[in-house]
Design a protein around this ligand. Structure first.
Ligand SMILES: Nc1ncnc2c1ncn2[C@@H]1O[C@H](COP(=O)(O)OP(=O)(O)OP(=O)(O)O)[C@@H](O)[C@H]1O
Ligand SMILES: [Mg+2]
Length: 652
């Protein structure tokens, strides 16, 4: 499967568009509906290598014509066969019967092959479109934007449930359309040869019925859309309880959870009931149409037969033509109910595809009011003003800082002041504001978020996340676990290839240690830790930072704990309302735990709103840090031994 991601610069690829993404919500058979139908279908049919799909489609259309020709032939023979029966022409009768039987058999064979080819085309389209949607979902972190903004709800349901019926409907459409048209044309021309009056009446009837069906089924699109939406919310609310089962159980929050779920259930049922009541009117209308259809040929042909102007065979032919026409047209007419069952899917898929279009078209690096992103060796923030995505809160104003290799920074401040937001900026998730950010390539960075994340998979996959497991021996992985004070984890869980629900089984502190193990395995140049050691005790924290320091990883940490100052050379303290303060806090000799620096003991080196260029300060401190890191790197071998001792000490 090829990558479907569109071309874009490396810098902008990492940045999530700051603009709110809105999509039109039209639920009628209008221009938007048909545009969406076209835009959802087009990528499959214009993709590279689509020739096979076109050949399958042409084959299907060819069989449609063959099927209809056989049908017309049968109708033609019906007249002769019936007359032969009436005239007691035995040999003609048996001959015609044999031909009709063969033709009927051929029609069955054709329709079976048609169904098989149709299914293959449908399933291939489904797989291709599913992968296409998924690649767009992950492209430029669209999944993040769509989820955080709630641009389109229940994206999972849209991509899982709606794609298959859409492909089925669209792959059968050309066949049904052409087959019906050919059948209808043949049967109508036959009817024209029998009775002009009957022909015009039937044609008018068909046109009126078609128009009425479109009109009757128009509201069904919205009804179905709302039912599916409500069912999606119902399912999501149950899934929410499953995901947070332990939290809900500890709170004893069953009642409020049940009320929320019941509210969604009732809403879904109410909407289904409304749809069912409306379906009653549709059934009545359909029944009326069918009755008229049955009576119609007799009304026109029987009087002429009684006046001896028509043979009995002609009446039979008229009835057969009407029946076959009804059969063909009912396929066509059924297409409207089928379409109405799938039209809300077109709307739901169209909405998400349009959100992807908007996100892929936006270029956040070149807009005013957006922080400019560049790529470089080090981390550099130049004159940054950062606000929350909606612009409600100013996080920092005119912030400049430079993080060079070996230059550990800690970002501190009271809760809710914007520490994690600053990391979101560095990760390219937020970019509303001004100034410029220079970041290393994403392959050289790793972000450990405030909420630890455990992949549903094996312990080995956990450790390598977000990369695929590579060739490390179990002994190497075991020594890695020892460095993060999880020496007994693999043995306790049944080895590195054991799968379990890690986020439920492991304690918060253990999950945080797994995250540090990932960093030690991946060895990024820059590691961002958002309260990544907040759940472990001080001794373990010291040991973890010791391991990171020994690996030569530069850390940018976020946290409240003063103990963190021991492992960093610089502190950026956020003071609220955009104000901030930078200060030099110590040697950052990671893992020593000796350089405990009290906050009051350190003088600020840069403050807002007229900050000293923090880069200058950082550059000056860089020399000290460089020495510290070299020293730490030189003692990397002994660091591991001492880390294990510290783990043991922490455990005791
Ligand atoms: N998506 C969002 N839209 C609008 N405001 C947000 C959004 N996310 C966070 N905020 C607000 O931005 C402010 C800073 O949030 P942030 O998560 O950066 O705080 P923090 O300093 O990391 O807090 P804590 O120490 O509690 O983790 C908070 O007031 C928060 O409510
Ligand atoms: Mg935070």
């Amino acid at each position: 499967m090829r990558s479907h991601a569109g071309p874009m610069s490396r810098a902008s690829a990492a940045i999530v568009s700051p603009d709110p993404v809105s999509v039109s919500r039209t639920l009628r058979y209008d221009q938007t509906f048909f545009r969406r139908l076209y835009q959802l279908s087009k990528p499959y049919w214009v993709r590279k290598g689509s020739i096979g799909s076109w050949l399958a489609l042409l084959f299907l259309l060819g069989t449609v014509v063959a099927y209809s020709v056989c049908g017309a032939w049968i109708t033609e023979l019906t007249k002769d066969q019936t007359n032969a029966l009436v005239n007691r022409d035995i040999s003609a009768f048996w001959h015609l019967l044999a031909v009709v039987a063969v033709l009927t058999g051929v029609r069955y064979v054709i329709s079976t092959i048609q169904t098989a080819v149709d299914n293959c085309l449908d399933l291939h389209w489904h797989q291709w479109l599913g992968e296409y949607f998924l690649s767009r979902y992950f492209n430029r972190r669209a999944y993040y934007k769509i989820t955080v903004d709630r641009t389109v709800d229940n994206a999972d349901q849209r991509m899982q449930e709606e794609l298959s019926p859409f492909c089925t409907m669209m792959s059968s459409f050309p066949r049904l359309g052409l087959g019906t048209l050919v059948d209808a044309a043949v049967q109508l021309s036959l009817m024209l040869s029998i009775s002009q009056e009957l022909f015009w009446t039937v044609t008018t009837f068909v046109v009126i019925k078609f128009g009425l069906l479109v009109w009757i089924y128009n509201p069904v699109i919205e009804q179905n859309y709302k039912v599916v939406d409500a069912e999606g919310d119902f399912r999501a609310s149950i899934r929410h309880v499953m995901t947070n089962a332990e939290t809900v159980a500890l709170y004893g929050g069953e009642d409020p959870e049940r009320w929320v779920i019941i509210k969604h259930l009732r809403s879904a049922v109410r909407l289904r009931l409304r749809r069912a009541l409306y379906a009653m009117w549709i059934n009545l209308a359909q029944g009326g149409f069918s009755t008229i259809w049955l009576v119609l040929p007799f009304v026109f042909l029987a009087p002429a037969y009684f006046r001896h102007e028509l043979e009995y065979g002609t009446i039979a032919q008229g009835i057969a033509a009407t029946a076959l026409l009804l059969q063909s047209l009912s396929l066509f007419m059924q297409f409207i109910p089928t379409l109405s069952l799938s039209s809300h899917k077109v709307a739901r898929l169209g909405e998400i595809a349009e959100a992807f279009d908007v996100l892929e078209a936006s270029n956040p690096t070149r807009q005013p009011g957006i922080v400019e992103f560049k790529q470089g060796r080090d981390i550099r923030l130049d004159n940054i003003d950062l606000t929350t995505p909606g612009g409600e809160q100013l996080i920092v104003s005119k912030l400049s800082m430079h993080v060079g290799p070996g230059d550990n920074w800690v970002i501190s401040g009271r809760t809710g002041v914007g520490k994690s937001s600053l990391l979101r900026l560095m990760a390219g998730l937020w970019c509303k504001g001004n100034g410029a950010v220079t970041m290393p390539p994403s392959s050289e960075m790793l972000f450990l978020p405030q909420k630890p994340y455990m992949l549903p998979g094996t312990l080995r996959e956990q450790l390598f996340y977000p990369h695929k497991p590579s060739d490390r021996t179990d002994a190497q992985l075991q020594s890695l676990l020892e460095r993060v004070c999880l020496a007994d984890l693999a043995a306790r869980c049944g080895g590195f290839d054991t799968s379990t629900d890690w986020s439920r089984v492991l304690s918060l502190g253990e999950q945080q240690r797994i995250a540090i193990a990932r960093a030690l395995l991946i060895q990024p140049r820059f590691l961002f830790l958002d309260e990544a050691t907040s759940a472990v005790d001080f001794a373990t924290e010291r040991s973890l930072y010791g391991a990171l320091g020994a690996s030569g990883i530069t850390c940018v940490s976020v946290g409240h704990r003063e103990s963190l100052l021991n492992f960093h050379q610089h502190e950026l303290r956020l003071l609220g309302l955009g104000r901030w303060q930078v200060r030099h806090v110590g040697t950052g000799a990671a893992g020593t735990g000796a350089a405990a620096v009290g906050l009051g003991a350190v003088a600020p080196t840069a403050v807002s709103p007229a900050p000293v260029r923090a880069g200058v300060v950082a550059a000056a401190a860089g020399a000290v840090a460089g020495v510290a890191v070299t020293a730490v790197a030189a003692s990397a071998v002994t660091a591991r031994a001492s880390a294990s001792q510290e783990c043991a000490a922490a455990a005791s």
